[in-house]
Design a protein around this ligand. Structure first.
Ligand code: SF4
Length: 394
């Protein structure tokens, strides 16, 4: 068993450790021969883990692919880099365009674990994308720690817009989706690329983390509240109908009730289409670790829940506004009495879903279907295929 771990915040560390312990138990029962652990958690805490969980055969960091492949008795073949075994459902895949991060967000352990930003060459990325499409992938989800930074280290300028355009050509019958668009230095050409290519999802995931200026400065996010508002206005103006996703942290050191209220009001007024809220995690080795982790955990939880409650209302209103609209969806799976699908405004696992009754419909996983929205809940839509109703999407 090879376990790839995550280790950048408390919850992720806990999940990784629980997973390791589960497989160590299986090894002690003779169900497994060996347990190997790799990835961020072991990069960060290798010595401690070795001492605490000696039953693990070996720990590897984030840059030891060659060693682990060798230890498993295989031959490391550089030519196979970029060849993928897809661990997601076969119709969508994440495509990593860079590794590491050059930003200095005060709360974040990632640059310490993964190092500085290194863009992959576009030729490499496009080759991998072609392989994915050839293997039936319909949705390519572009990721890295900071996707809007892409190209700066390699080509001297931000080239994410051009890269997405190339990917859109390769996956011309499918979708290209972009995640983690850092707001500071956001390249405007990206907006034109999204507007001009029909198959680049009109979906922008832009993690903002907070809106209060004191906190943004302390977080070293590089963008003031005023500039953030301007950016959102520009995005919405340039891409009508864009689905905006963001994420925020509550309970950052020193976050006062008033600063939190400012964030809550911002969420209420802005009306993000999709939202994630995280409890601040005090991580050693980060600049913010020097600050006092002084917001009570109960208060953090209450703030988190309050924002999500507000968001639930916003999401319900937005979903009700889609009643009767005709949309293209990608069928993800069948679950009980429904096919579960997503619109271009929904990323797998984190966003809304569209439920289509299985009764009387025969749909195939990994195919697109045109539907009409028939009913709505806070985070789910219900739909019927247009074909069944003898209708067409414009
Ligand atoms: S941009 Fe993202 S990965 Fe980079 S330091 Fe900031 S939060 Fe961490």
């Amino acid at each position: 068993m090879v376990i790839n771990t995550c280790g950048f915040i408390g919850d992720a560390k806990q999940e990784s450790v629980e997973t390791i312990l589960g497989y160590v138990q299986a090894k002690s029962e003779g169900k497994l021969k060996h347990v190997y652990v790799m990835g961020c958690l072991s990069e960060r805490y290798r010595e401690q883990l070795r001492n605490d969980i000696p039953e693990v055969d070996a720990f590897y960091g984030v840059n030891e692919l060659k060693t682990i492949v060798g230890d498993l008795g295989a031959h490391y073949n550089k030519r196979l880099l970029g060849e993928r075994m897809i661990s997601t459902p076969s119709h969508y895949a994440y495509l990593k365009i860079a590794e590491g991060c050059d930003r200095k967000c005060s709360f974040c352990a990632i640059p310490g674990i993964r190092g500085g930003h290194v863009s992959r060459s576009s030729a490499d990325i496009l080759k991998e994308a072609q392989g994915l499409v050839d293997n039936g992938v319909k949705e390519i989800i572009v990721i890295s720690q900071d996707t809007t930074y892409y190209g700066l280290d390699l080509y001297g300028k931000r080239t994410i817009a051009g890269l997405l355009g190339e990917l859109a050509k390769i996956n011309e019958n499918g979708w290209i989706r972009l995640h983690y668009a850092y707001p500071h230095g956001f390249p405007r050409e990206l907006l034109s690329a999204i507007r001009e290519h029909k198959n680049i999802c009109k979906y922008i995931d832009i993690p903002l983390q907070h809106i209060n200026n004191r906190i943004l400065r302390s977080m070293k996010r590089g963008l003031s509240s005023e500039k953030t508002l301007k950016l959102i206005e520009t995005i919405r103006k340039e891409i009508p109908g864009v689905i905006l996703r963001s994420s925020f942290i509550v309970g950052y050191p020193g976050e006062t009730d008033q600063e939190y209220r400012e964030l809550l009001e911002f969420v209420r007024v802005t009306g993000f289409d999709r939202l994630g809220v995280f409890a601040y995690s005090h991580e050693e080795g980060t600049p913010a670790f020097k600050l006092r982790d002084d917001v009570n955990r109960k208060i953090i939880q209450e703030r988190l829940e309050e924002i999500m409650e507000v968001q639930e209302g916003i999401s319900l209103n937005k979903n009700l506004g889609r009643l009767g609209s005709k949309l293209r969806v990608l069928i993800d799976r069948r679950e009980g009495d429904y096919y579960i699908a997503r619109t271009e405004g929904d990323s797998p696992e984190i966003d809304n879903e569209v439920l289509i009754p299985a009764d009387g419909n025969k749909l195939k996983r990994g195919t697109f279907s045109d539907v009409i929205i028939t009913s709505a809940e806070s985070f789910d839509l219900y739909a019927e295929p247009l074909k069944k109703l003898g209708l067409r999407r414009k």
